[in-house]
Write a protein of this length. Structure first.
Length: 156
């Protein structure tokens, strides 16, 4: 557009002058286009971030709602697990290790939490499995989760 204005003002301009004027104006046009693209990109990212924040808040609300609904069930489950540990005659240390095993922690993580050696944790785990009549960590988890995860129509 500025080149057209220059041509109107100076009709004797040569093709070289026009090309030179275009080259002079090109950076301004490119910068303007770049700013517009950058603004659109920033706006799109801002909108995406806003949507993520909204989704996160919805997930938090749903999580709080689920936890409040599940609280009684979780308490009952905790009591059932504790009763089973008593039936197996687990020591206090074995109970702690068994709960941490059920939570999926590794022997190393359990030893760090309990400030004991990994060997001690492995020995306690073996004792738990022996007292429970189970053959390992997966069987321990399955013992407590099998009925919880079964479809409700197969439980009747």
């Amino acid at each position: 557009m500025l080149v057209a204005v220059d041509l109107i003002e100076d009709p004797d301009s040569t093709l070289f002058d026009v090309a030179l004027n275009l080259l002079e104006e090109a950076p301004l046009v490119l910068i303007t286009v770049g700013v517009v693209i950058l603004y659109q990109t920033i706006q799109r990212h801002r909108d995406e971030n806003h949507q993520i924040v909204q989704d996160l808040e919805v997930a938090r609300i749903e999580g709080r709602h689920w936890r409040s609904q599940a609280q009684a069930h979780l308490k009952g489950l905790g009591e059932a697990v504790s009763a089973q540990f008593s039936q197996w005659k687990l020591t206090t240390a074995e109970r702690e290790v068994a709960l941490l095993l059920l939570k999926g922690l590794s022997s190393k993580e359990i030893s760090t939490i309990r400030t004991t050696s990994e060997r001690t944790v492995r020995e306690q785990a073996r004792s738990i499995y022996q007292k429970a009549g189970l053959n390992g960590r997966a069987a321990l988890s399955a013992y407590f989760l099998e009925d919880l995860l079964a479809p409700t129509d197969t439980l009747n």
